[in-house]
Write a protein that binds this ligand. Sequence first.
Ligand code: 7RM
Length: 635
Amino acid sequence: MKNYQIESLPDYFKQYKKSIKNPKKFWDKIADDNFVWYQKWEKVVKYDMREAKIEWFINAKLNMTKNCIDRHLLNRSNKNAIIFEPNDPNEAVQYITYQELHERVCKFANVLRDQGIQKGDRVCIYLPMVPELAISMLACARIGAIHSVVFAGFSSSAIAARINDCESKMVITSNGSFRGDKTINLKALVDEALEKTHTVEKVLLVKRTDIEVPVKEGRDQWIAPLLEKASADCVPEIMDAEDPLFILYTSGSTGKPKGMLHTTAGYMVYTAYTFKNVFNYQENDIFWCTADIGWITGHSYILYGPLLNGATTVIFEGVPSYPQPDRFWEVIDKHKVTQFYTAPTAIRALAKEDTKWVDEHDLSSLKVIGSVGEPINDEAWHWYNDHVGRKKCPIVDTWWQTETGGILISPIPFVTPTKPTYATLPLPGIQPVLLNDKRIEIIGNQTTGNLCIRYPWPGIARSIWGDHQRYIETYFSAYPGKYFTGDGALRDEVGYYRITGRVDDVIIVSGHNLGTAPIEDSINEHPAVAESAIVGYPHDIKGNALYGFVMLKDIGESRDKDNLRKEINQIITEQIGPIAKLDKIQFVSGLPKTRSGKIMRRILRKIAEGAFDQFGDTSTLLNPEVVEEIKEGKL
Ligand code: 7RM
């Protein structure tokens, strides 16, 4: 990215104003100056926010991998593109240079072509966090196939649903995966899934573990011998700006998962631009995002954003607690990581450990630390700032969604003064608006409302695969003419945004609208509390009452639980008011989480109501045992 680093707060406001006054000119120049195109666009953007028809860089021609890899070969061929840190700290780290990445992607792409994959075909990728995951995605992009990555923690029925929805022709998987001290047989899950599907013709197998797996004649093949024979020369497919790049499924609150469709040019421009600015990326930085590539955060900020900038990106196969709770800090020191990007749920889990685990590591390489995925509560923010950033690294609290393709609201490090729990200001090109339930725009500051975006940006999803009507209904109907995020937000006196959580997390108690996040924040300040989740349940008089699920730092049976309940309500009374006091408090040893670390409030709501048989789709649930325990604890 040439000359696109925002340098100061006045510069930010200048860029922001320019981007709003003339978005076409703003994105035209960024796209023109920073990428390689076979053919430039005829028009920058065409959109209809009511029909949800959005196109960027009309008729431009390009290939994503030319931009991620080939063009760096001139100046960065021996630079590391990927640093692979295996689950087992004793296994050798793999360093993959841009030159080597080029070769491996070309070979992989040629194998895909040999196996009958053509432009527009869907390829389901079900792999652990190994280099082949990144390489196979890029190989798809090279030949114009559409990747649909399914997080390798999903069950066989979740895989089958995703394969069936987009009619994948191929599955790329491995014989197994390592996570902490566990080894999981992924191939067995794929085999089970394939019994419920009928579109998959070929399965390619990466060998990651020593697990022996059945290889079905005519369908399954080990990839290694195919790669050995493949040519390292692969002519990239010439793609239209709006040709699909990938599908990524995201679970809605109801119904089957939505296959969010992202296209090529807009997604490329947006992830590259936001990566550069939000992380203050400089040429020799080592960037580490701890998400799994199976989520949008991994797609945009492990793979595409960093490679588009010619950066070095760390792919970490393991978990934060293995072999010990200092793995993250050890890896930061080992690779001299400069930007570290993780989720509040991981921060809270690590903050529960003795501070010696983090304090005893040299983290002086860090410059910027980031947070994503859910609101970061005040306590976690300060712990992150004090113990990881050591009060010298700005925290970028980045708000965005699978649907948005890239970060929309975030501080620019060293530019935007940070404020705990606030995502702060919109990035250039992003026009947030707050609306009330009567669909009226709320003007001015110090206010709250439903967060919408007024104008399209290049990274926005273009549709839900196979169901454009659902796309319109979910995101463009509640507030006609605007994109509705589903989140609520607060805008403070200077215009900073704080995301308060999904708007369906608002509970109306005796006519008062209570967001769950601020109540959880105040509870979490109690020294004994590690994490909490609040839901509403029907109440005869109040309409709704509040039910708190509270996880303690140590479960210590000896604690006086009734006293603790009183103290928790005391904190809430002090910080929010007696109206927000909890009617019921249940102490739990964990909270039900999605595999990406979000609390599944939907399940907690059902438990609070006593509707134990109405949990709906639980295929994204990470820890079913916790749900069982909470149910029993309630009975
Ligand atoms: C990137 C990602 C999207 C939802 C979103 C929010 C919540 C994400 C933040 C956040 C508060 C943040 N994509 N969310 N980031 N809430 N502050 N910095 O997570 O599609 O998986 O989830 O996550 O509710 O709508 S996602």
